[in-house]
Structures are given as C-alpha cells and as structure tokens.
Design a protein. Structure first.
Length: 342
C-alpha cells in the first residue's frame, strides 16, 4: 500500500483499488441511512424532529429477510436512543439478517459544543476534537445498545473531512461509505466527490487502514463514462441543465437508489456497473422514506407501494445479472484478497 495519505480525497494508488478477479462476479450492498424524520427544507435544529417512521423499519427488515438480503442500517443518535428501533433492528442483528453501522448527524449528536448551521451539518467541517468526540459518543452508545461496536461509518450528508479517516481507524472502524461519487456538495459547504472513483479503495492512515466503499453513481448516455466531465460542466448551472442532458440522451447521472430514480433507470445503471466490472454496487436510501410524508420521494401510500415494487424489479434484475448480495464483512474479505494479490 502507499504511504499514509490520511484522507479520502487523495487518488489511491492502483494497488489500493479493489478489483474483481478473473471470472468473479460483482456483489451488491444495501446501505440504509437510518435516521429521524425532519423537514429537509427547514434549517437544521437539535430538537423538533420526529421518530414516527421507526415502526416501519420492521416491514423493511421483513421485506429484505424474505428477499435474502442482509442490509446494513447506519443508525444515528436519535435512532440509537429509541427503544423501538433498538428492538426491531437488534432482533435482525441477533438473527444475522441485518448489520448495524453508524451514521453521524452532528447537529443532534452530543457533545453539543458547536453552533447549529448548514456549515456545521457536515461533520468534517467541525474542529477535529469535536468531530472525534461525536464519533466516539455515537460508537460507544451503539455498542452499549446493540451489544457490538460498529465497524462501518457514514458521515451524515456525506460530510467527510480530511482527517476523518485517521479518526475512524483510531476508533476501530474498518469501513467507510460516505463518498458519493459523482456529486458535488461545495455549494452547501460540503465535500466535492465529482471525480471520486466507484471501486472500493484502501485509505492508509497512521492509525491503520480504512476501506472506502463509495455509494454507487454511474453515468450513462451517448457519451458513456466520458460524459461525467460534460455533465458536471453543464449541470453546475442547475439541476434543470442536468435533466436536459438526460432527456436528450447525451449523458445522465444515475444513482443506485429508489429515491427519485425510476426502476428502469436503475436497471440501466446496474448494467453499466456490471459491464464496467465494479466489484460492489452500493445501494442506499433514507429510512424516513419507509413511511409516507417524511421525504420528497414517498408522499403517499401509493408511493410507498412503488418504493417496494422498485426493489422487486431491481432485485430481480440483479439476480438475472448474477449479482449476489453481500455484507460489510464480505466486502472486507474481497478487499483483503485483492490486497494480497497486489
């Protein structure tokens, strides 16, 4: 591996990038931002959120159990503090049918030593000592409530900082899944992931190595992979410009999520990812979407039905393409084999 870089924003050496062996098939991973219900358009606040979507976690877990998929619930502070959530997810964890990871929403996670603002909603923007204290508090409370310390981390709002990798390694995390390849959050004080790669890669720090498994976003259309640069050049003028590119078939950005991405586009993205040889297809969504009225993506019972039908279509297509579900331990094992071969 390369000399310690200490952050997720340095282009990794070829030896640190996880690749499939000849004849090996990709896997897919379902990661769920498991969090409180709040108004996404309102200013950030420490209080005033709801937890009405928590009971819907049971139906979600039942669905994935029947599909023989083991999702990972990346739980934040309000979820960890809720006895109902711990009971629902703890049962799945005990049965080996789900995993529990950590998601840090800094504005609701103690210690509350920072002003609540859009800038501070990205944990990576906080002073290092405060960022680490919040990460440690969340980790320790998850360990206490679920009986096992989490080894997978996601920064809320994908808000990594340049020193986050070192802190994760120091706190015993083995895997991060905060990078959202193909997205740029600088306008809201966040990170720039426009050029982040899609394959997992190792980040070596002075405290040990952390595996980055980015959330999967591919670029399709006439320009193919080369369209990424065109998309970001034109879409910086607004989402309508990006939508126009997609309508014209020139280039479209497709994230692997049921939130705002139709199933037929998701199937197209799966085909692109598989044909490209990505080792891991990382799907994601927010748990408040499991109950109507909490997110822009699920406003009604009909929307919720479409949400689950989306998974029916996508899981069927993954099976047709020979892409099987995996877990964080499976991804780490794959990555370690890759490192051994290098």
């Amino acid at each position: 591996m390369v000399q310690p870089a200490g952050d997720f924003f340095t282009e990794p050496a070829a030896a640190d990038v996880v690749k499939l062996a000849s004849g090996e098939r990709p896997r897919f991973w379902v990661t769920i931002d498991t969090e409180e219900d709040f108004d996404w358009t309102a200013p950030f606040a420490r209080t005033g959120y709801r937890l009405t979507s928590v009971p819907a976690l049971a139906a979600c877990q039942s669905y994935f159990e029947q599909a023989q998929v083991c999702p990972i619930y990346l739980v934040d502070w309000p979820i960890v503090a809720d006895d109902r959530a711990v009971a629902i997810l703890g049962e799945g964890q005990a049965n080996g049918t789900c995993d529990i990871g950590a998601q840090l929403h800094p504005w609701v996670t103690p210690p509350h030593d920072e002003d609540v603002s859009a800038h501070n909603s990205y944990a990576g923007n906080l002073p290092l000592a405060l960022q680490r204290a919040k990460m440690a508090m969340l980790r320790d409370t998850i360990a206490e409530r679920f009986g096992t310390a989490p080894t997978v981390y996601r920064a809320g709002r994908y808000g990594l900082g340049f020193e986050t990798a070192t802190m994760l390694a120091e706190l015993g995390f083995l895997c991060d899944t905060s990078v959202r390849s193909g997205f740029d959050y600088r306008a809201g004080h966040g990170p720039d992931y426009r050029n982040a790669r899609l394959e997992p890669w190792w980040v070596e720090t002075t405290a040990g190595a952390v595996l980055e498994v980015p959330v999967t976003t591919v670029f399709g259309g006439l320009l193919g992979r080369a369209g990424r640069r065109v998309y970001h050049h034109i879409a910086r003028n607004g989402t309508r410009a990006g939508a126009a590119l997609a309508r014209l078939g020139i280039v479209e950005r497709i994230a692997l999520t049921p939130e705002g991405i139709p199933a037929e586009r998701a199937r197209k993205a799966i085909d692109i990812a598989v044909d490209r040889g990505l080792p891991v297809l990382n799907f994601s969504f927010h748990s408040p979407s499991l109950q109507p009225g909490n997110t822009p993506y699920v406003r009604s019972d009909a929307d919720l039905d479409r949400f689950y039908r989306w998974w029916d279509v996508v899981l069927d297509h993954l099976a047709r393409r020979g892409v099987e579900p995996t877990t964080s331990s499976g991804i780490l094992a794959l990555a370690e084999r890759t490192q051994t071969r290098s």
